[in-house]
Write a protein of this length. Structure first.
Length: 356
């Protein structure tokens, strides 16, 4: 669906910019909704399938790229970058963590963004398993009630984690299970929202006169979110399974999602749609590419890397070039090794025909 592809494209641009910039206000704003946005989209696209068939599909889509990019970027970091930068990260720990899939930057020194793939895989499989089991037992009459119950349990779990100040940063669970309450909450919200939003999005495109209205509402909502984040002092980091306030986190995620969706529907941009379809590759590749670009640009400009990242113009330039390089990687791998980016030649051909 074009609008959701655009939304993914917008989201992945925010991911790269959020990992590049050191502007505190900007990063806090981005982190307050950019990863919840991806889980909400995934929940909206949920399709009930036979569990083993879905397991196979999701393993190819998510785990094959995870293992491939995790191994390749680890080799690059361990053999080249770690020595040049004098990083103190543990190579054995990073290697073992490809199997253990514990979130946290210390466990992925080569590529911190990789936590998202196993986390999404576990979230989708657990949701499908519970959804299928409950329906088979007819324990809950309505489908939406399953998602609503899971969302409630997840949110209460987040509150408990926050209230008891659990030492998650010192004891990361395998396969990002410590992030599961967050990911499941937003995945279930996506499933619930799809019941109302998908019928509207499948209708004909809004009239041209409404585009400006949608864009204004979307921009106003994102601007309001920036003010909201500053007033509440909200901090969210799903990689660390942490938030300063679960209630404000939920409000920020919903406001950010709805505002971004309105903006993307108004823009109706093919470039954003393409970036959305390439978002998995960009997610897996951008971290090491971004680090090299920051280092090279800082040398060329005679600047400290910290100062460069604090400059919004330079941070945006690094973001644009990083995304361009990631897209090039996506196109090359899509032609020669599509399975490594979670796709297949058949799927890529179908997408090409749809765009034509």
């Amino acid at each position: 669906m074009a609008a959701l592809d655009s939304l993914r494209g917008f989201g992945i641009l925010l991911v790269v910019l959020g990992h590049t910039s050191w502007s505190a206000g900007l990063v806090s704003w981005i982190f307050s909704f950019h990863m919840p946005l991806f889980f909400i989209i995934s929940g909206m696209l949920f399709h009930e399938r036979q569990f083993l068939d879905s397991f196979k599909r999701k393993a190819i889509r998510l785990l094959v790229p995870y293992v491939f990019f995790g191994t390749v970027t680890l080799a690059y970091w361990a053999l080249i970058e770690r020595r040049l930068r004098g990083d103190e990260g543990s190579v054995p720990n990073a290697l073992a963590n490809i199997v253990l899939a514990r979130a946290g930057s210390d466990n992925y020194p080569q590529n911190a963004a990789l936590w998202f793939l196993p986390c999404l895989f576990v979230t989708e499989m657990l949701f499908l398993g519970i959804f299928t089991f409950v329906k088979s037992k007819r324990a809950i009459r309505y489908d939406w009630a399953v998602a609503a119950t899971l969302a409630t349990v997840s949110f209460l779990s987040i509150i408990a984690m926050h209230s008891f100040d659990l030492p998650i940063d010192r004891l990361r669970l395998p396969w990002a299970l410590d992030i599961l309450p967050f990911s499941m909450l937003f995945y279930c919200i996506g499933y619930l929202l799809s019941r109302f939003l998908m019928p509207c999005m499948r209708k004909s495109k809004p009239k041209a006169s409404l585009h400006a209205v949608y864009a204004a509402i979307g921009m106003a909502g994102l601007g309001l979110l920036r003010v909201f984040d500053e007033l509440t002092g909200l901090s969210v980091n799903l990689n660390d399974a942490s938030t300063s306030n679960p209630f404000w986190m939920l409000c920020a995620a919903l406001l950010g999602f709805i505002s971004s969706l309105m903006l993307c529907v108004a823009i109706d941009c093919r470039l954003l749609q393409f970036l959305g379809r390439a978002s998995l590759t960009i997610m897996c590749v951008h971290e090491p590419v971004k680090r090299v670009l920051i280092f090279v640009m800082a040398k060329i400009l005679g600047m400290n890397t910290d100062a460069l990242r604090a400059n919004l113009v330079y941070a945006m330039l690094v973001t644009v070039v990083t995304v361009a390089i990631c897209v090039t990687v996506h196109l090359i791998m899509g032609k020669f090794a599509p399975v490594l980016i979670g796709s297949s030649r058949h799927n890529l051909a179908s997408q090409g025909k749809a765009r034509a």
